[in-house]
Design a protein around this ligand. Structure first.
Ligand code: NAD
Ligand code: UDP
Ligand code: UDP
Length: 328
């Protein structure tokens, strides 16, 4: 892909998190100035440590539920805990981050006429009744359940993005992200890829919730960011999205567990635990729109992505940092 035309001052909220840190790295490599804004709720200094010596990189500890006055050209709004155990720990703060945080970032974008990207989610489809999910599907979300603080927050954020676009001509781009994995996921945040890899590396049992036949579609972080870059830098302003960015290879959770055990080569056994309430049974993106408008599709096969992720977690475990697994 050709680089974008000019360098920019880019702000990344949630920039010290898993995906945000990869994005900051990429933007710097592109020649952009990067302002990473994070309250370090689930973000970590280690994720961005290697960028601190770059004079084009700045970090600001800030919670986006409070107003922020800075001058930049583009904003990527990623701030929001993404894993169920973290977004359910303080559900009111999760909703505030999506709602008040988006209002602040959109107010900022409006004032400085910046283009703004929203990291939305496949969770806006809830437990879907349409499969695979196209962007035109309105979703099946329980507005009262434990996942609602995240799902409804992200849905409200999309509404706000569209209202600022229609009412104030703010330039918006919305990507609906499906389960993404890769190095720098938190080892103990309870997500399935990190849980299974850490369990297998430690020779512990692999915890499958339910019968393991529920599906997810796993996208490697580099593929995800290729899609974002195409959306942000290579589509006209009148293409706002939402656009699904995910890997359309649907994988039952049990198959993921078996693959991880096979790749790690350990003796872990599968153990079955209760399925969390409102856990979606099937999830897989329809990426026709991304293929057509972004000329994008994922390139990294599950095995290749898992092998890089396993190497990352193996390194963390060997460096003797304590890695506890957190369940729900
Ligand atoms: P993450 O938890 O690693 O990153 C989120 C970052 O946001 C963290 O650095 C955290 O400290 C920061 N943050 C949280 N609340 C904040 C606040 N109020 N103010 C400032 N910073 C705040 O998660 P991630 O997997 O990197 O996800 C990044 C974004 O992508 C999130 O918005 C998430 O909802 C979205 N997303 C991720 C996935 C996935 O599979 N990883 C799927 C769909 C959507
Ligand atoms: N805001 C901000 N930075 C800015 C401009 C606005 O954080 O540079 C916040 C501010 O808190 C404001 C919100 O964004 O309440 C929404 O801004 P908008 O201009 O839409 O509305 P208003 O200022 O009328 O509330
Ligand atoms: N899951 C599991 N074992 C684990 C962690 C998760 O079986 O140790 C299941 C979980 O119930 C869900 C799927 O894996 O069906 C994906 O979970 P994750 O939290 O990673 O993502 P999300 O549910 O938000 O898509």
């Amino acid at each position: 892909m050709a680089p974008k035309f000019s360098r920019a001052r880019v702000m990344v909220t949630g920039g010290s998190g898993f995906i945000g840190s990869h994005l900051c790295e990429r933007l710097l490599a592109n020649g952009d100035d990067v302002l990473c804004v994070d309250n370090f709720y689930t973000g970590r200094r280690q994720n961005i440590e290697h960028l601190l010596s770059n004079s084009r990189f700045e970090v600001l500890r800030h919670d986006i539920t409070h107003p922020l006055y800075v001058e930049v050209d583009e904003i990527y709004n990623l701030a929001c805990p993404a894993s169920p155990i973290h977004y359910q720990f303080d559900p009111v703060q999760t909703l505030k981050t999506s709602v008040h945080g988006s209002i602040n970032m959109l107010g900022l974008a409006k004032r400085i006429k910046a283009k703004i990207f929203q990291a939305s989610t496949s969770e806006v489809y809830g437990d879907p009744t349409v499969h695979p999910q196209p962007e035109s599907y309105w979703g099946n979300v329980n507005p009262l359940g434990r996942r609602a603080c995240y799902d409804e927050g992200k849905r409200a954020a999309e509404t706000l993005f569209f209202d600022y676009h229609r009412q104030h001509a703010v330039r918006i781009k919305i990507a609906r992200i499906f389960n993404t994995y890769g190095p720098r996921m938190l080892p103990n945040d309870g997500r399935v890829v990190s849980n299974f890899i850490v369990q297998a590396l430690k020779g512990e049992d692999i915890t499958i919730y339910g019968d393991g036949m529920q599906t997810r579609a796993f996208c490697y972080v580099d593929d995800l960011l290729d899609g974002w870059q195409r959306l942000m830098d290579h589509t006209p302003d009148d293409f706002t999205g939402p656009v699904n960015i995910g890997n359309p290879v649907e994988t039952p959770v049990r198959h993921l567990a078996e693959k991880v055990i096979e790749m790690v080569g350990g003796r872990s056994k599968l153990v079955f635990q209760a399925l969390p309430v409102d856990d979606p049974m099937q999830r897989c993106p329809d990426i026709s729109l991304a293929r057509e408008k972004l000329k994008w599709e994922p390139k990294v096969a599950l095995e290749a992505g898992l092998s890089r992720t396993i190497a990352y977690f193996d390194g963390i475990l060997k460096s003797n940092k304590e890695v506890g697994r957190v369940g729900r």
